[in-house]
Design a protein around this ligand. Sequence first.
Ligand SMILES: Nc1ncnc2c1ncn2[C@@H]1O[C@H](COP(=O)(O)OP(=O)(O)O)[C@@H](O)[C@H]1O
Ligand SMILES: [Mg+2]
Length: 230
Amino acid sequence: MGDSVVLSLRNVWKIYQMGDIRVNALKDFSLDIQEGDYMVVMGPSGSGKSTFLQITGCLDKPTQGEVFIDGVNTSNMSDNQLAAIRNKKLGFVFQSFNLLSKMTAQENGALPLIYSGVSRRKRMERARDLLAQVGLGDRIHHRPNELSGGQQQRVAIARALANDPPVVLADEPTGNLDSKSSEEILNILKALHNSGKTIIVVTHDPEMIHQGNTIVHILDGQIEKIERKS
Ligand SMILES: Nc1ncnc2c1ncn2[C@@H]1O[C@H](COP(=O)(O)OP(=O)(O)O)[C@@H](O)[C@H]1O
Ligand SMILES: [Mg+2]
């Protein structure tokens, strides 16, 4: 593991307000994520795991506190600046795949490259290569409804890798998958970690927990404990 911090949360609070109800989803939450780490985040349903991942990945802003990417405070960035940094540095994988149903696997995989100003031909080449890398070289023209859950999640991973981001964030990526498909996703994440990427994954999957280097237990919006494997 490197000794530099890629993402850092400092005294982060996230409060959701719905009518009269306030939910404190994160409470004075501070955490550093080291370059090259494989971080597994665990905790009961409603404990704030998805909120943590969204704020760490700058998909949402904290109510209070700061998020740093490579030491740079994101608080003062404009939405456009933040979107550009996110696109370059962070890849996202979600439990429900979030693919566009009318697009082929290849078009889905190529999506993030549109915002990077890459030509269509280059985008499609890159997506084809990434789909081959996740074992879907023979499925590039299939639409999501013509693919199994595990295959759809592999398309989502290819999409997350389109810009070759140094960090991949995944929210229960095997939560909707059978054990065989889960194992494939696990192997891909492992390979990505071995290739030098920083992985942050929310999961209940015992195999994935086993694979992680840093295990963060979240309870009621706070860090309950952190285990580090040497
Ligand atoms: N958009 C939202 N609006 C209001 N409350 C929310 C919202 N998202 C999450 N919450 C609440 O915040 C708490 C933490 O949710 P979440 O981060 O999704 O937990 P987890 O991923 O661990 O299940 C829960 O009580 C949840 O109901
Ligand atoms: Mg969640």
